[in-house]
Unconditional design. Structure first.
Length: 153
């Protein structure tokens, strides 16, 4: 048997095709992982909105009817208590996060600065899909934070 010497680019087209295929697949996987993190961020924002609305609706009903809270203003605005806002957000965060498919989520801050607006900040850590080596800088996960506010009317 004799070996025939390759001339020009004979045989390199297959190698070039293989290289571009691997590059395209890697790009698709990275885009899919980034999309998954973005979708988790959108879900976290939804949960923050839900918790802020729940906190804005929280009212110390027993205190209100006992007369220990201030009367509503002429516009019907009832002042929020900071501890009620915090309690309402903490009570619902686990259920709300589990319902939309988020990993364990924690309330970072739940406050009312002006006694009428409930502001809730929550945080979770998401791990990108597939464990791709290109995503090793994010192997510990990506920390996502969302803040939402709602007025009590």
């Amino acid at each position: 048997m004799t070996r025939e010497r390759l001339r020009g680019d004979d045989g390199t087209v297959m190698l070039l095709t293989l290289g571009f295929t691997v590059l395209a697949l890697l790009l698709i996987l990275v885009i899919a992982a980034a999309t998954q993190v973005h979708l988790q961020r959108m879900r976290l924002t939804h949960v923050a909105d839900e918790l802020a609305l729940e906190a804005a609706d929280s009212l110390d009903v027993a205190g209100y009817y006992a007369g220990t809270l201030d009367e509503p203003s002429n516009e019907g605005i009832v002042e929020l208590a900071a501890n009620q806002v915090e309690r309402a957000a903490a009570a619902r965060v686990a259920d709300a996060a589990a319902r939309v498919g988020l990993p364990p989520t924690a309330v970072v801050e739940a406050t009312t600065a002006d006694d009428f607006t409930a502001t809730v900040t929550i945080r979770t850590q998401v791990h990108p899909l597939f464990g791709i080596d290109a995503l090793l800088p994010f192997a510990d996960g990506v920390t996502l934070t969302a803040t939402s506010s709602a007025r009590a009317y």
